[in-house]
Design a protein around this ligand. Sequence first.
Ligand SMILES: [Zn+2]
Ligand SMILES: [Zn+2]
Length: 246
Amino acid sequence: MSVLAFRSLSRLPWLRQQRRCQLCDEAADHAQRDLCSSCEAELPWLGAHCRICALPLAADGLICGNCQKHPPTFTRVEACWRYAFPVDSLINRFKHQARWPYGRLLAELLAEHLLHAYAENLPRPQALLPVPLARLRQRQRGFNQAQMLADWLGARLQLPAHGNWLQRHQETPAQQGLDAASRKRNLRRAFTLGSTGSLAGSHLALVDDVMTTGATAEALARLLRQAGAARIDLYCLARTPRPGDI
Ligand SMILES: [Zn+2]
Ligand SMILES: [Zn+2]
């Protein structure tokens, strides 16, 4: 078949590769991603939230009680969703069953959210820093989900992602079940800086899949500020609501 004939054939809809929605398997009506508009609308988009830590709140433009009492070292958290169905299960499958297309889809939506936020005057950082996993954990899992998210975001936002600047050098006992003070103590000892060059005056954004208490982001932000960074933000897919809230 000539190239010309093939080209005109490939314009026929039945020959074109149809994108399918990753959630419901219906035809995806978006040219760039595998998600249909009704599934997209049903995702638990973050509504009103704390201006600093993105905690879901009843009204917008407020700062939550915790950030007022203990102002965090990081400046701002950007997240797309509440950590709720189906985003929680998509993140879990991405992380624990290596279902990378789910991670990639969510990263794509977060990148769009960030591009929109930059257009609305959110300052652009100079680099993305994935929250590191301890080496043993990374060996067991085979990859660091935060690193993958940072790489996908970096490509889309045209920002470098430095996977070796932050290191988690100590196996910390599972954080669940520990009180806040023990968590903080553990975390402060857990991270070190790799060779980063000068951080003086820099603006950096940490990248993680979910933000729960913010203790990890706080520990890393302190480390980076001590090394001279001027501003640290955190980009994550989802923010955990306060227990008992929707
Ligand atoms: Zn769908
Ligand atoms: Zn807050």
